[in-house]
Design a protein around this ligand. Structure first.
Ligand code: SF4
Length: 345
């Protein structure tokens, strides 16, 4: 029988596997000990876990593998954020970004190697899709960064490489593992999944009982501009997406929905953009996260000046919704939004 990847599993599933093989005869503690060791102490071998007898280590080694990504390099930016580059077993590369938030740490993780959606402002999109990640490959980004940086990651954002809702099963399983009580204990409320607008998956999510937050890459509120920037709009139209976002917002009446907006020079900071926001968005609780475009080689899109972004966002204030300007972490180390994978181009 082949080995099962331990980092793919929630504690309950580890129990089930061990129980199914008759290996829980000394009580369930072997599962808890192993889980705490791998997810809490970042053990890389069962033999390194304190308090596990040789017999238990042998049982675990006969049942599970502790497959791991290969950490290739770490790039620290002036703002203390760090870009981590990982090599996959099949030679692919994914990146994660550790972001300091006051006394806490968030990790921006990748859900795919490359991306099929080809957004025009994004280096990952220029790579095309290599493949989707398995749950353990997502979970291991968090484990390895926590181990390397010596920090407890308490927030996870799926805003790295890939469209998470095109890898739903693996992403949701990874979220289960990350929030397990004996593991990393990342609250589902501190997990954000950012989507470019895979409408059927948004509806499925709305109908589910998942507790993570969806975040929407609106990018532009003018349908024609958004279509130019995000080819996915040919598949799922602008109004279809807005309807899906409204239904999602209605299903979570106590929470604001975050819409990400990309500030692009001479493109998304006009009067028509304000009119479109007023026409299409006002009427449900949302926060507009305005992200100035991060430069990507090979793209003709330009970054606006800070003053231009500030002046434009000031003009949104009378519309009555919160607006935040979010400067991406780690731009000087190609760790900003839209920059992951830039070194692979
Ligand atoms: S912005 Fe997201 S969805 Fe679009 S190409 Fe980049 S990784 Fe893919």
């Amino acid at each position: 029988m082949g080995l099962i990847s331990f980092k793919d599993l929630h504690l309950d599933e580890v129990h089930d596997v061990l129980g199914g093989r008759g290996l829980l005869d000394r009580g369930p503690l072997i599962a808890e000990q192993a889980y705490r060791g791998v997810h809490g102490q970042f053990a890389q071998r069962f033999a390194d876990i304190r308090g596990l007898s040789h017999r238990k280590v042998a049982r675990l080694d006969d049942t599970f593998s502790l497959r791991a990504l290969t950490l290739e390099s770490v790039h620290e930016a002036d703002d203390r954020s760090r870009r981590y580059v990982f090599r996959l077993d099949d030679g692919g590369v994914v990146e994660s970004v550790l972001i300091p938030r006051h006394a806490r740490w968030s990790l921006c993780v990748s859900s795919q190697a490359g991306c099929a959606l080809g957004c025009r402002f994004c280096a990952t999109g220029m790579l095309g899709l290599k493949r989707s990640l398995e749950p353990w490959e997502i979970v291991d980004q968090v484990l390895q960064v926590g181990r390397h940086a010596g920090v407890r990651v308490d927030g996870v954002v799926f805003m790295g490489m890939g469209e998470p809702l095109q890898n739903e099963g693996a992403v949701f399983q990874a979220c289960r593992v990350l929030s397990c009580r004996e593991g990393l204990q990342v609250s589902p409320r501190k997990i954000q999944i950012s989507t470019a607008g895979v409408v059927p998956a948004i509806h499925r999510y709305t109908a589910s009982n998942h507790r993570m937050d969806l975040v929407f890459s609106l990018v532009s509120a003018v349908p024609e501009k958004r279509a130019l920037l995000m080819p996915i709009q040919k598949t799922y139209g602008f109004h279809e997406l807005i309807d899906a976002i409204r239904a999602y917002a209605a299903s979570r009446p106590k929470r604001h929905v975050t819409l990400e907006y990309i500030a692009i020079k001479d493109l998304t900071l006009g009067d028509d953009d304000i009119d479109a926001i007023r026409e299409h968005l006002v009427g449900f609780p949302f926060i507009l996260d305005v992200i100035p475009l991060n430069p990507v080689e090979g793209s003709s899109l330009e970054t606006p000046g800070r003053e231009e972004v500030r002046a434009w966002t000031e003009r949104l204030r009378p519309l009555g919704f919160p607006v935040k300007v979010r400067l991406s972490a780690g731009q000087d180390r190609l760790a900003g939004c839209g920059q992951l994978g830039a070194t692979l181009l």
